[in-house]
Ligand binder design. Structure first.
Ligand SMILES: Nc1ncnc2c1ncn2[C@@H]1O[C@H](COP(=O)(O)OP(=O)(O)OP(=O)(O)O)[C@@H](O)[C@H]1O
Ligand SMILES: [Mg+2]
Length: 361
């Protein structure tokens, strides 16, 4: 086994031709997922999470960039050949109603992956039952139809179908957001168990940080097609550097009633259109700390010593020593060559327990 990450996408760009021009849904994203690791991908609706997830699987072809599975570049592998490795990367879709064929029984839906893997018919029934049991369903669901199941049960079928393929990587695109809150927790627990018991790596997509906190080893925050912050989950929660991440954190529900006011705060303004994004740092029109440099220069993704990365000219809580020790992500864009270093401590961490200014309505 190679020591390359299980999955590595580099400098991925995904553009769509639309009526008003070109929509850049994913803009120079580099992301790795190690074996057995769960990476949480978060950001507002429309920031490009699903597009990135689909690109990783090559369900859509990237406009630019490379996709490597265990060090093997699969960006250009023909679709026919891709089929042979596709079972290693499985997707669980957001919509448990639309993602199951209503005309097929549960057993047949889950069994498809076994056909693709060439598992003999005689063994399929046992394996389908095992996959169903693995997700908390059972033999009595084999002959049921999707419409006979609840949303939570359907989503479990979606996970069972993915597991039947015996994947190394599960890409779960907002797997719980369509479900009742009570059912969400059960499904999240199931995914955590799968990671632990099967050593499954996951890319877990969500639009808020509270769900991701429970499942992810590492978090990547996306804003208008770019990763603006990433790091180990505890680092992101303890020391978020990007004002956008801090605003998302401020929106995470808090159990302590005395601090509950923070729950309602949203980030000011709307997500700008990816057809005509703001120049410089995409976040600057909504950012309380924006200065001239933010309006003209795209911030590079800086790597700090604690494993955290942030693409911000004025990151929170970063000292001159942190900046001196930091290194920069290489960007695909030649314009990146002369990029400025982050400005230490202009955005003070003193308000860490308070509402980030960027979160005010
Ligand atoms: N096939 C397509 N053609 C044109 N534009 C697209 C296409 N797919 C996605 N987009 C656009 O790309 C942007 C990112 O969409 P995407 O679905 O990836 O966002 P998302 O982060 O998954 O949002 P959500 O949280 O609502 O699921 C949006 O502006 C969307 O309208
Ligand atoms: Mg989506």
């Amino acid at each position: 086994m190679s020591d390359a990450p299980l999955m590595k996408v580099e400098h991925i760009r995904q553009e769509f031709a639309v009526k008003d021009g070109t929509l850049r849904a994913v803009d120079d994203v580099t992301l790795t997922i190690d074996r057995g690791e769960t990476v949480g991908l978060v950001g507002e609706s429309g920031c490009g999470k699903s597009t990135l997830a689909r690109t990783v699987l090559r369900l859509i072809e990237p406009t630019q960039g490379t996709i490597a599975l265990e060090g093997r570049d699969i960006t250009k592998v023909p679709q026919r050949e891709l089929r042979a490795i596709r079972h290693r990367m499985q997707m669980v879709f957001q919509d448990p109603y639309g993602s199951l064929n209503p005309r097929r029984r549960i057993g047949a839906i889950v069994g498809d992956a076994l056909d693709l893997r060439g598992v003999p018919k005689s063994e399929q029934r046992t394996q389908v039952i095992a996959a169903l049991e693995r997700v908390g369903l059972g033999i009595d669901h084999l002959h049921r139809w999707p419409h006979e199941l609840s949303g939570g049960q359907r989503q479990r079928v979606g996970v069972a179908r993915a597991l039947a393929a015996s994947p190394d990587l599960l890409i779960a695109d907002e797997p719980v957001s369509a479900l009742d809150v009570s059912v969400q927790a059960q499904l999240v627990n199931l995914l955590v168990d799968l990671q632990r018991d099967l050593g499954l790596a996951q890319l877990f997509v969500a639009h808020d940080l509270s769900v991701v906190r429970q499942v992810a080893d590492r978090i990547a925050v996306m804003y208008l097609g770019r990763i603006v912050e990433s790091g180990p989950t505890d680092v992101v929660f303890a020391r978020a550097r990007h004002p956008y991440t801090r605003a998302l954190l401020a929106a995470v529900p808090i159990a302590d009633p005395s601090r509950r006011g923070r729950q309602r705060e949203a980030i000011r303004g709307e997500l700008p259109s990816p057809i005509d994004p703001p120049p410089g740092c995409h976040f600057h029109p909504r950012c309380p700390h924006a200065t001239d440099v933010c309006m003209t220069e795209q911030p590079a993704l800086w790597h700090y010593a604690d494993g955290g990365r942030a693409a911000c000219h004025h990151p929170y809580g970063v000292s001159a020593a942190d900046v001196a020790a930091a290194s920069r992500d290489d960007l695909a864009s030649p314009a990146a060559a002369g990029m400025s270093a982050p400005d230490p401590s202009t955005a003070d961490l003193a308000d860490a327990g308070e509402t980030p200014a960027g979160a005010q309505a």
